[in-house]
Ligand binder design. Structure first.
Ligand code: F6P
Ligand code: MG
Length: 477
């Protein structure tokens, strides 16, 4: 399957893809260089106190660090000059051939430069290439250049996190009444799903233009904030999703995760709600990225460290503006419940198994999330990943990039149905996408609404203020 509409790419200088190549990627690459400089500087202070093998190893690490800095700087230089994308070097990790085959195809059609390549491909390629720079060293293999950024932003979400923990605690004291009251459950479900949706508004690759005040505003919770944001949800399938969830019995929900930090926290709260407060779900599986990805996406170490951070009272800055102590107690209670869920397998992280799950897929199922492939042909192109989701009671795709991959990141008219846009994947398993709009592609919106917004000059497709809740059930056949 392939759409007859062309992909978004930077040849359209009014699109967000153009702005991305011109402004956003250079900032992100400069951040990686900065990270490496700082790290090398700190490490070099230790040189004097070391000797023997340790000293030699550190010296090698510093040389390798300088090597990565040179590669990233060269990449940034070439990007600005619209040079060709180079092949991903054979680094022993996943998807090298996939990327290079796609690149060869683009070369044939002369779309293999930074300002001509399809946006979705080029952006995935960029993070995969960065990964190769690190993996091809001896001492930087496990380094995540975005790790500190993720942790620091998470720390700044303390106020919202403690608020939510307190809400969940209050809910806990009437757990049984809530469970038995369908009306109450539904109201809570709407709050939870919206919290999880807007949790996506704060990813770090967009933060190159959002202020701290903007972020806090996006994270604010509670009825009023949600009512105010309701009009920004341009497609709202909350009703049918809830109806669907009510048909599950001891069901499994899968989260194809997006960002670490506050968004992951809201995913876990939503997961906790489904398991603890509803009779419908008894297992939640989370699917992370196996390599640093789009700055803020969740990797397995991020997932693990989230639990440690939330359980540590000193993690948050002291000026969080809620009754800190009771908030902390509530948070602790919630996180210890999550930890026991992890231990019991109620919550789990889908990390690689060595044996490929059938089909002709040579790589691990999880590697699919860091390929550049749209999800249209998942069943044939990534049978391992497809098989893991096929039996799910509901697969929740979080965030913008997952949405771009679901719809192929092509120029669908905005009123195309979601079902048509996700191609052959439609109906294969119950599928929910929770996405705040951060890229041009949009489907499932009324024609007059889309046209009015396009004509208004408002950047409704890309600034993260609008959102889409899109659901499709499993087809009956
Ligand atoms: O457009 C902004 C952007 O960085 C896109 O490049 C990408 O699709 C998206 O945001 C990442 O957002 P999310 O974390 O929601 O997938
Ligand atoms: Mg992301």
């Amino acid at each position: 399957f392939a759409s007859s509409y062309p992909p978004y790419d930077p040849t359209d200088i009014s699109g967000f893809s153009y702005e991305t190549v011109v402004k956003r990627w250079p900032i992100i690459l400069a951040g990686v260089v900065n990270f490496l400089h700082n790290k090398c500087h700190t490490l070099s202070l230790d040189l004097a106190s070391l000797d023997g093998e340790e000293k030699v190893a550190l010296q090698k690490k510093l040389t390798e660090g300088t090597g990565i800095i040179e590669k990233v700087s060269k990449l940034k230089y070439e990007m600005a000059r619209d040079r060709a994308l180079e092949r991903i070097p054979e680094d022993g990790e996943a998807n090298v051939e996939l990327y290079n085959a796609e690149l060869a195809g683009l070369e044939d059609s002369k779309r293999n430069t930074w300002f001509t390549a399809p946006w979705l491909f080029a952006e995935c390629y960029l993070y995969r290439l960065l990964r190769a720079f690190f993996v091809l060293t001896e001492h930087w293999k496990s380094e995540d250049p975005f790790y500190e950024q993720k942790v620091n932003t998470f720390r700044q979400s303390g106020t919202s996190i403690l608020h939510i923990a307190t809400t969940m605690h209050e809910l806990g004291s009437n757990r049984e009444t809530v469970k038995a009251d369908p009306e109450k459950l539904k109201v809570l479900f709407n709050e939870m799903i919206q919290m999880c949706l807007w949790g996506n508004a704060t990813d770090l690759s967009l933060l190159t233009h959002l202020s701290q005040a903007d972020i806090q505003h996006l994270q604010s919770v509670g009825k009023d904030a949600q009512v105010a944001r309701q009009k920004f949800i341009l497609k709202d399938d909350e009703e049918p999703v809830w109806k669907h969830i009510q048909t599950l019995k001891d069901g499994r929900v899968d989260f194809v995760l997006d960002n670490s930090g506050f968004e992951l926290f809201t995913d876990l709260v939503f997961a906790d709600f489904l398991v603890t407060y509803t009779p419908y779900v008894s297992k939640v599986v989370c699917h992370p990225k196996l390599i640093p990805w789009f700055v803020s996406d969740v990797t397995p170490p991020d997932f693990r460290d989230t639990f440690t951070a939330l359980a540590d009272p000193s993690f948050f800055p002291e000026d969080v503006t809620i009754a800190v102590e009771s908030g902390m107690v509530n948070l602790k209670e919630m996180v210890s419940r999550w930890t026991s869920y992890l231990e019991q397998g109620v919550f789990s992280l889908s990390v690689p198994v060595d044996t490929p799950l059938g089909g002709n897929e040579a790589s691990k199922p999880a590697d699919f999330w860091t390929s550049s492939k749209p999800y249209w042909n998942m069943e044939t192109e990534a049978p391992g990943a497809f098989e893991t989701l096929r039996t799910s009671g509901l697969v929740i795709f979080k965030g913008d990039l997952n949405y771009r991959k679901l719809t192929g990141d092509v120029r669908w008219p905005a009123w195309t149905s979601f079902e048509e846009a996700i191609g052959p994947l439609a109906g294969k398993f119950p599928l929910l996408s929770l996405r705040t709009n951060k890229a041009d592609v949009v489907v499932g919106v009324d024609k007059d609404v889309a046209e009015k917004l396009d004509a208004s000059g408002e950047k409704w497709r890309v600034e993260g203020r609008y959102a889409l809740v899109s659901f499709l059930p499993r087809s009956q056949s």
